[in-house]
Write a protein that binds this ligand. Structure first.
Ligand SMILES: [Zn+2]
Length: 159
């Protein structure tokens, strides 16, 4: 069941009344950065317990490192002006991901491993470490939708 615009406005009024948004600094390159899947069950803010201002979150199908995702993270690194890109990029993938249902469309996945999220996140972390400028720590986590727990599949390097 979808949520109406009116309901979203009502929910936003509750949020606005908390004042949690006030005075937050604009995120720069030296912050937590999370790449997660669009699946509504695995919102990185909820899964990782993030509060507003804790990190920059990007989501795509599968939480995969793609050429588009790399371009976005590279641009984000420039928001800090002359600062060298830093921070910690967390790639968050999960069990029972819908991307496994796209295995019949390999041309859309550019040969990516999709059946095993632990293998996939290690591949993506390696790609990110190689493709992004140095100075940013990269780690790969897998969220288990059955237990609600995350596991570090590929620990951070570069910190
Ligand atoms: Zn997914």
């Amino acid at each position: 069941m979808t949520i109406s615009s009116g309901e979203l406005v009502r929910r936003n009024a509750v949020f606005a009344a908390t004042g949690a948004f006030a005075g937050l600094p604009f995120p720069t390159s030296d912050t937590l950065q999370v790449l997660g899947c669009v699946d509504s069950r695995v919102d990185p803010g909820d899964v990782l317990g993030l509060q507003l201002g804790d990190g920059v979150v990007m989501r795509n199908i599968g939480g995969r490192i793609t050429p588009a995702a790399l371009r976005e993270w590279a641009l984000l690194g420039r928001l800090g002006g002359d600062q060298s890109p830093g921070g910690h990029l967390v790639i968050l993938q999960h069990t029972d991901c819908g991307i496994t249902r796209l295995a019949d469309y390999p041309e859309q996945l550019a040969g990516k491993a999709v059946a095993d999220p632990y293998a996939a996140v290690r591949i993506d972390a390696a790609i990110a470490r190689h493709a992004l400028p140095p100075g940013r720590a990269v780690s790969g986590l897998v969220y288990d939708v059955a237990t609600g727990l995350i596991e570090i599949a590929d620990p951070a390097t570069g910190q």
